[in-house]
Structure formats: structure tokens, C-alpha cells
Design a protein around this ligand. Structure first.
Ligand SMILES: Nc1nc(=O)c2c([nH]1)NC[C@@H]1CN(c3ccc(C(=O)N[C@@H](CCC(=O)O)C(=O)O)cc3)C=[N+]21
Length: 291
């Protein structure tokens, strides 16, 4: 291993501390704490773990956590009316509906019903459009966390070659939009790309978010590349990323581990987006760039 390990866990802890420092000022200005509502439908064990740690970290930052756990057989209308109630609730600044939703639920319709100004996940098409056009809105937490790690490591990203492996609405597409906005030359590759090594050979930045364990091999990388591994694959050997870590670590300049890399950033950015949502909704100023 020659690559530096990018410590997302430590960076996320620092980010959460900076967020927590801003909460008292917001409280003084408004008489209340920022509030995040998290909706979980069903009892997928991984989702339950994530929701629990979101609630815990929300409270530790001094914010209010509203958790709504609904049974797996909840119908569409019931879920939509909960979303509507949260849209109207002045104590709720951010709404997160945990994905994946059960198969009988139309997830696209649920996401469309969330007030875009409370959409701290950045999944509403209005926020996707704002990101694509450079308007202020909410950016999905995982790609924004990846960008923070990249800028912390590399400084100005302008002119760098970036390859995003994966094209989901949640990670790949917004990641490509963010890197484009930072003046990278961006290639979006995915599981069907012919000759992925050809594209990776020149990449200064690689963001792997295809959802396939060990998909990206070290031999394909440009020596010294910065590699961000978004994958969370549960295998019999435990949690592994989308990058073949051992081969990549001998070629890359820096790489995020799994766990301890991107994962903790996702929740820290969720808290950041909630803090931002609260300030925007109340018209209280916040230097967003300083957080
Ligand atoms: N509406 C919605 N928004 C989400 O942001 C969302 C979601 N649905 N559904 C599920 C995914 C997954 N996700 C993670 C959050 C934290 C870690 C995390 O903290 N991971 C740690 C620990 C991993 C572990 O031990 O399980 C790590 O990588 O070090 C991972 C993954 C948010 N998601």
C-alpha cells in the first residue's frame, strides 16, 4: 500500500462539530432548533441502522430529530399524507424518506411530494434541476460529501480529469454535475461501459458508485489518482466497496476506505443540509461556505 487513506470518519466528525457550533446562534435568532424528520417504511435491518444513527447524530448536533416508523404494508396514500403533514409543520426544516421503499410504493411520486425547500436529500427533480443549472438548492448528501473530501485533498479541481463510475440519480449524476461545476473534465462510465480501463487510465479523480464489489481494479488506474469509493456492499467477508482496495492502494495517491470513508460523510452532510434549510426557511443568514 502506497496510497494515503482518506479519513472520512475524522472529516465527518469535524464537519459535525462545525455544524453544532452554529446551532446556538440559530436557536437565539428563532427560539427553536433546526428539525429533521426521517421516515422509515418497513424494517429492513440496514435501513433501521442508518435511521438510528441519523437520529443520534442529529440530536448530538443540537438539532431536533422527528422519527416516523411505518409498517411495511403502509399504503401510498398514508405515506403521502405524512409527507404533506411534514411539509406543513413549521418545526420541520428537513424531510428524508429512507430509500429503498417497499415495492408497492411509487417512490418517484413520494419524492415529488416533498417540499423542495425541505428536501435535504436533494432527490426532488426541482433540486436536480437546480444543481444542473447552477441555482441554489439542495445537493444529494453522498456526492457533496465526496466533493468535500476531494477538495480537502486536492484543493482546486479545475482542469482535472474525473471519471464517475455509476449513473444513479442519487450519486453518479449529481457527482458528475458537481465535478463539472468545479471545472473538471468529466466522464460518466457505468456497468455497461465498453473498455472502462481506457477511461480510467487518464483519470486524476475516480468516483466509484456502481454497486458492484471490487469492480474497479488498481491496474486500471493512473498512478497517483485520487479514488473515492462510494460502494457499500455486504459480502460474507463483511462490508466492501466498489473498488478492489488492495490493488488500488498500490497505484492510487489516495483512497477512501470502506467503512470509514464516504459513509460517515453522508450523514454529516445531511446535518449540514438541514442547518442550511433551517436558515433559509427562517431568513437567518449563514455563511454556507464556512461550514
Ligand atoms: N433517503 C435516503 N437518504 C440517504 O442518504 C440514504 C438512504 N435513503 N438510504 C440508504 C443510503 C445509505 N446511506 C448511508 C449512510 C451512512 C453510512 C455510514 O455511516 N456508513 C459507515 C458505517 C457502515 C456500516 O458499518 O454499516 C461507513 O461507511 O463507515 C452508509 C450509508 C444513506 N442512505
Amino acid at each position: 500500500m502506497s496510497a494515503a487513506s482518506i479519513d472520512g470518519k475524522a472529516f465527518a466528525a469535524g464537519l459535525r462539530a462545525r455544524i453544532a457550533e452554529r446551532v446556538p446562534t440559530f436557536r437565539k435568532a428563532t427560539g427553536r432548533a433546526p428539525g429533521l424528520a426521517v421516515v422509515l417504511v418497513g424494517e429492513d435491518p440496514a435501513s433501521a441502522v442508518y435511521v438510528r444513527s441519523k437520529g443520534k447524530q442529529t440530536r448530538e448536533a443540537g438539532m431536533e430529530s422527528f422519527e416516523h416508523k411505518l409498517p411495511a404494508d403502509t399504503d401510498q396514500a398514508t405515506l403521502l399524507s405524512l409527507v404533506e403533514q411534514l411539509n406543513m409543520d413549521p418545526a420541520v426544516d428537513g424531510i428524508l424518506v429512507q430509500l429503498p421503499l417497499p415495492a408497492h410504493i411509487d417512490a418517484d411520486e413520494v419524492l415529488l411530494r416533498i417540499d423542495p425547500d425541505k428536501d435535504v436529500d436533494g432527490f426532488h427533480p426541482v433540486n436536480a434541476g437546480r444543481l444542473a443549472t447552477g441555482l441554489p438548492g439542495f445537493v444529494p448528501c453522498t456526492p457533496l460529501g465526496c466533493l468535500m473530501l476531494l477538495e480537502d485533498r486536492l484543493g482546486d479541481l479545475s482542469g482535472l480529469d474525473a471519471v464517475v463510475v455509476g449513473r444513479s440519480n442519487i450519486v453518479g449524476k449529481p457527482m458528475a454535475a458537481l465535478l463539472t461545476a468545479k471545472s473538471c473534465t468529466v466522464t460518466v462510465a457505468h456497468s455497461r461501459t465498453h473498455n472502462l480501463p481506457h477511461y480510467l487510465r487518464h483519470a486524476d479523480i475516480v468516483v466509484a458508485a456502481v454497486g458492484r464489489p471490487h469492480f474497479v481494479k488498481g491496474e486500471w488506474l493512473k498512478p497517483g489518482a485520487t479514488v473515492i469509493d462510494v460502494g457499500i456492499n455486504r459480502t460474507e467477508n463483511g462490508l466492501t466497496g466498489d473498488v478492489d482496495f488492495d490493488s488500488a492502494a498500490s497505484v492510487a495517491g489516495a483512497i477512501t476506505p470502506v467503512p470509514g470513508g464516504v459513509g460517515p460523510m453522508t450523514i454529516a452532510v445531511l446535518l449540514r443540509n438541514t442547518l442550511v434549510a433551517a436558515h433559509r426557511r427562517e431568513g437567518v443568514a449563514l455563511e454556507e461556505g464556512d461550514i
